[in-house]
Design a protein around this ligand. Structure first.
Ligand code: SAH
Length: 473
């Protein structure tokens, strides 16, 4: 996730959209231009929150007790508990300010509505490309406040054929707190157009249905999924686990404690300066599960001993399910059942040391204030592509800067500036949009991967070129 640094904390945060009637004033265009001039931006500033205290957090207590009782836990378990514990998890608590200046990080859809609108235009183009004869269902994984889906739906609702074709909007969200915000933001539009809003705890709950066309988006979702940290040794793949900091005697007997396992990022230490109550240890032997993860991609085979990689079997499983939703089994890959976009931090490679925590827009130790900090790990886009084998075709990834620029960011920003009510507001709109494509920041750090449901068998996988996922444009 993109987290603003302390110095840019006062960056604008995207807020609710204007009533269409109001913004449509002066609109004489048609097609995409009509959408652009029909939509407006409202930018708002928020204030700063004081740092938290140093007491043991509820999640920390649960984890410490757990480790004392049954031994070290995987990073996946640590991350899952910190983010998704039913009552104390970071995303689960209604008291937790997650997004915006008062929260811990800011995401692209929250910065500028242009982001969601251009994503909406791409999704719409996919339905048109597929012949626009089928009913539509929209799926979002991890919708946060629902801002991105709101922008997408607003774009789609400008096209009567698409607006009428939409039957349901499926939101995959584990947090009741987030669901409530999504409901507040999406219900008015859904009610107006009689679209069915459905929430799911897992993507597994959404049935494969090639009679409909599925448009899917996952923005800053895959980076929040639990991962395992595995290390290649002469014996095979061993897992790096989380132990308690005070368990030296136990660990030195039962585990090969490797005190060198201190990622450089952790040198930032916790804001509070309190020594961590957890530490990393290497499991004594290669377990079947870690060996299987090490074998789960042919790319990992030639890594030299000593290499550490962050591998997310959960991400693989979900990406495969995304592939299934895009896939029409009857047509043997000739006809697509959908298209999707995955946008996230990462690259087409496995990372070894990208796991990090964010608190109030700063990187902090991953063991700092468990349950009160956001945790994130870079996405291995090549792993997601591998998960689609035989089901769907990955496009790109391209950088967010490339995606948005090629999708017409400049034209949309100009239209928004023209409809802005003051010079100051026009300047804010421009600044927010520039931030999305900044080549030294969000524009290059985020990757956008397209997924389309057409795919022949492995021996004849087509090289799909679909705008804006084209080479040398
Ligand atoms: N897409 C939004 C929010 C990103 S934060 C944006 O970019 O602004 C991650 C979102 O995923 C939150 O809504 C969180 O509650 C949700 N989430 C995290 N883990 C999840 C899981 N395993 N299943 C479903 N949703 C999850």
């Amino acid at each position: 996730m993109f987290r603003a640094t302390a110095s840019n904390r006062a960056q604008p945060v995207r807020n609710a959209f204007r009533a269409p009637g109001h913004v449509r004033a002066g609109d004489s265009g048609s097609g995409p231009r009509r959408i652009w001039s029909a939509l407006g931006a409202r930018i708002q500033h928020r204030s700063y929150v004081a740092p938290a205290n140093n007491a043991v957090t509820p999640i920390e207590k649960i984890l410490l007790d757990n480790i004392k009782a049954t031994g070290p836990i995987s990073f996946g378990r640590y991350m899952q508990m910190c983010l998704s514990h039913p009552t104390e998890g970071y995303y689960m608590k209604s008291s937790q300010q997650v997004f915006g200046e008062k929260g811990d990080f800011t995401t692209s859809p929250e910065i500028s509505q242009v982001f969601g609108e251009l994503v909406g235009v791409w999704l719409l183009s996919q339905w048109l490309y597929a012949g626009n004869s089928r009913k539509l269902r929209l799926v979002e994984l991890g919708p946060g406040r629902g801002t991105l889906m709101q922008d997408i739906l607003r774009v789609l609702s400008q096209f009567s054929a698409a607006c009428e074709a939409i039957e349901a909007v499926h939101l995959v969200e584990t947090s009741p707190n987030m669901r409530q915000r999504q409901d507040e933001n999406l219900s008015p539009l859904a009610f107006q157009h009689k679209w069915d809003l459905q929430w799911h705890t897992s993507i597994e709950e959404i049935p494969q249905d090639p009679s409909r066309f599925t448009l899917l988006v996952a923005h800053e979702f895959f980076d929040a999924l639990p991962f395992n940290l595995i290390q290649k040794t002469q014996q095979g793949w061993q897992e790096v686990m989380v132990a308690t900091a005070d368990s030296t005697n136990l660990d030195s007997k039962s585990l090969n404690v490797d005190t060198t396992l201190r990622p450089k990022r952790d040198s930032t230490t916790s804001q509070s300066g309190v020594p961590s109550r957890f530490r990393r240890v290497l499991s004594p032997h290669p377990a079947l599960s870690s060996n299987l993860l090490g074998l789960s991609s042919s790319r990992f085979k030639d890594l030299p001993p000593g290499s550490q990689i962050e591998v997310s079997p959960t991400a693989f499983k979900i990406a495969r399910k995304v592939g299934e939703l895009m896939h029409d089994p009857e047509s043997k890959g000739e006809r697509s059942a959908g298209s999707g976009l995955v946008v996230d931090y990462g690259a087409e490679k496995a990372f070894g040391n990208s796991f990090r925590a964010f608190k109030e827009h700063k990187i902090v130790d991953v063991f700092h204030r468990p349950g009160e900090c956001d945790l994130t790990v870079n996405v291995d886009f090549a792993y997601l592509s591998e998960a689609l084998a035989g089901l769907a075709t990955p496009l790109g990834p391209v950088t967010q800067g490339t995606f948005l620029t090629r999708m017409g960011l400049a034209a949309r920003v100009e239209a928004l500036k023209k409809s802005a009510q003051s010079e100051e507001r026009a300047a804010e709109i421009e600044k927010a949009a520039k931030r999305l494509v900044d080549s030294t920041g969000m524009g290059s750090q985020y990757q956008v991967m397209g997924i389309v449901g057409t795919r022949k068998d492995e021996s004849e996988v087509r090289v799909e070129e679909r705008w804006p996922f084209v080479k040398d444009a």
